[in-house]
Design a protein. Structure first.
Length: 391
């Protein structure tokens, strides 16, 4: 009986390829192919159709490899192009002359946290929170480090500014003077001389403090000067007290005089406002929100690194500003600053993530005592945003 004719082309597609010993891979090179016998027939030399299918298979596999290689080259090329893109220059204007509180940002700069985010950052000294906020609002600084009270007051007056994170969530503000002046309670301040600096955040909150203490400004003598003049006034005895930060001027006065110093925190009188924050313009958040996001990511890394290594942060600061102060005093100041980064509500949160209740309470106090527009109390969310912080 004659066997039926076979369709080699269709049958060959259903067969399993085998390889000679030494062949590699699930599909051998064409020269190594051995076609199986089908119903006793050897088609290795007589099946042109099967060979044609094998050649088509190899062409398809070669094309797939070529496409994969081309995609890899394109992806690597785009990554290289992104890496080669020059970083964006940005100015970060501080609230004051460089001191211990600013050390984390210099640590982030030295370790490349900002450059890794594509930001060529220049940190500049400031001359008070109010001028810093004005510079950000006017576009002469990309980012600012200022007191929240200054940001809120400027925003209620029409300045297009907002904070993207609060670093000092407890107030560092204090009355500072030599202990020998015997000033410990508000009543002791009547008739005394207090040194202030116009335009700084402490001067903005000063009326609030007086109201909380039940004092009027005309019951004291107020003298004004720049930060060093204010400090010298206390050191030289021309002023009994000064408005300052409890992790800075108190250490300098003690160092200069060798005498004990009394620190009276504003928080002792219920003035515990959220304090230093990063401020940006609303225009940046509209035109370049990714810039704000990358800056806050780098700044958060810098603060968290400084919490673990305060000495390294101070060393980075002194490398940039060798005349910023004595190393040990700066380290002591930074260590006094670290507890101000969090409240009980934010203890387990990353840096800058202020609690809504804490922020709202600060706005309420500013409205009640510091002359901030009353409408601000009902819309604290208008003055800060946390959406640019790292998750």
């Amino acid at each position: 009986m004659q066997r039926p004719a076979l369709s080699i082309c269709s049958d060959a597609r259903r067969k399993t390829w085998t390889t000679r010993p030494g062949s590699r891979g699930s599909m051998p090179p064409e020269s190594d192919l051995v076609l199986p016998s089908v119903l006793g027939h050897d088609f290795a030399n007589q099946s042109a159709c099967t060979k044609r299918h094998a050649k088509l298979f190899y062409r398809e596999r070669t094309l797939n490899r070529f496409v994969a290689s081309l995609l890899a080259i394109l992806i690597l090329g785009s990554v290289a192009t992104a890496q080669d893109k020059p970083p964006t220059k940005a100015i970060f204007l501080l609230n004051w002359y460089v001191y211990s509180e600013h050390a984390p940002f210099f640590l982030g700069l030295e370790r490349g946290y900002f450059s890794q985010e594509g930001i060529d950052l220049q940190i500049q000294e400031g001359r008070g929170s109010v001028p810093t906020v004005q510079a950000v609002a006017g576009g002469t600084a990309d980012f600012g480090y200022a007191d929240v009270a200054s940001v809120i007051k400027a925003a209620t007056q029409g300045a297009p500014v907002i904070t993207t994170g609060v670093l000092l969530q407890k107030s560092p503000m204090a009355l500072i003077g030599l202990t020998e002046r015997n000033i410990r309670v508000p009543a002791d301040m009547r008739g005394k001389t207090v040194a202030t600096t116009p335009g700084d955040s402490l001067s903005l909150v000063w009326p609030l403090l007086l109201k909380k203490m039940g004092l009027k400004e005309d019951e004291l003598t107020v003298v004004s000067g720049d930060p060093q003049t204010k400090l010298n006034a206390v050191i030289n005895g021309r002023a009994d007290l000064m408005l300052g930060y409890l992790m800075d001027q108190n250490l300098r006065i003690a160092k200069a005089t060798g005498k004990p110093v009394t620190v009276i925190p504003f928080s002792d009188f219920g003035v515990n406002l959220v304090s230093s924050c990063v401020v940006v313009s609303q225009n940046m958040l509209t035109t370049n929100p990714d810039m704000a996001r990358r800056f806050m990511k780098a700044a958060t890394r810098a603060v968290e690194a400084a919490e673990k290594e305060p000495e390294a942060a101070v060393d980075a600061l002194l490398k940039a500003y060798p005349k910023a102060g004595e190393r040990q005093l700066l380290i002591d100041g930074l260590k006094l600053t670290l507890p101000l980064y969090h409240t009980d509500d934010t203890r387990d949160q990353p840096a800058f993530r202020v609690s809504p209740a804490n922020f709202a309470n600060s706005v309420t106090m500013l409205v009640e005592y510091a002359g901030v527009n009353k409408s601000a109390a009902s819309r604290p969310q208008d003055f800060y945003t946390l959406q640019y912080l790292p998750k």
